[in-house]
Design a protein around this ligand. Sequence first.
Ligand code: GLN
Length: 436
Amino acid sequence: MVDNYKDFNSVIFEDKPLFLKDKIKNSILNGATFTIKDNISIKDWQLSCASFTLKNYKSLYNATVIDKILNNGGVIIGKTNHDEFAMGSSSEHSIFGNVKNSSNNQYVAGGSSGGSAVSVALKISDFSLGSDTGGSIRQPASFCGVFGLKPTYGRVSRYGLVAFASSFDQIGPFSKTTLGLAKCLEVISGYDSKDSTSSKEKVPEYSKNIEKKIPKKIGIPWELIKEGTNKEILLKLDLLINFLKKNNFEIIDIKLPNSKYAIAAYYILTMAEASSNLARFDGVRYGFRDNSNDLESMYLNTRSKGFGDEVKRRIILGTYVLSSGYYDAFFKKGQQVRRLIKNDFENVFNNVDVILLPTSPTPAFKQGENLSDPLKMYLSDIFTTPVSLAGLPALNFPAGETKNKLPIGLQLIGNYFKEETILNFSHYIEKNFNFD
Ligand code: GLN
């Protein structure tokens, strides 16, 4: 393992790239290079989750997505840096240091899959895989000016992805083009007997179909967007809407009344799931173990020293919301809100084909700016977490840049298993509209 993060702290290269020689020719990926977020297992490669807990841990097997990439002619060249255990919106919570924004190294790359976004933006690799629990593919893609897609929950096997919040986590691709996303998604999707939540829904030929059906009814949740969204982002959204109107798309004002509760519900539910998922890192079964004299101090010291502050904060809060006496007030309420948010989307999709909105309320912020205020950091997930609570597919596409040359991203949300609809629409915009 070569510790070569380059200037942006984004990619950890392996000594030898991984590929299957006889699978490359005439394959869909055709020798394209990949980097992989360091919470996805590749046999005999490091699987650090950017945590001291797993610093020297090596994976024993391949995640299903890795086998699929290799069998379809992909070449894997390294792992990418991210927020510890995928918890964060800025890639500043990592034992390897901050990932820096590919457009300006004073700014954050977004998170948690910041290294994957930078890897693609700087052409270190053709594609990258990240994981998205509440926006971790879409938001860094928007901060770094690349395409990034979170599939429908169940579309892609989670086998070999280190769990953060199992009922939310999905693996998805980053690319410089919509067509690239389509190819990657086609390769990594599909039923897997090793993940009981993976779906048997047929996988379409996304890349072949990309110029076929273009959606016509576009929903915009104005009520949710208008408060607190950066003016330069709203301007790009307006430009696109005008273009769409001129080209006979139907623009419909939609309401997602419960999405304003998404951040509260998302953080309650994911912290609860995380507190349970991360119980396995106890010094006995995996990774780092503190040498203490008795069992109790071994557990205590291992977990105190092994996890960073953000992870500890979530484990503690997650344990709290699950504890008897508080369960009804927090966890149960969170689940009820989750259902209401899902119902809102189902209603809206009776009437529209896709939903268009910003990916994040602001462009990338400066490193350190939100670090001391976790609530402020969490607020940046307002447009991505409703989608994750509902389990819908969504993608970020680049929409030009701010006056300060920071990328702007917009988001398309599709109905369940309608990745094709958002890919086709994104491809249409990419080919026919210029934001600058
Ligand atoms: N920013 C969100 C969080 O910190 C999303 C993280 C993710 O999608 N992995 O939970």
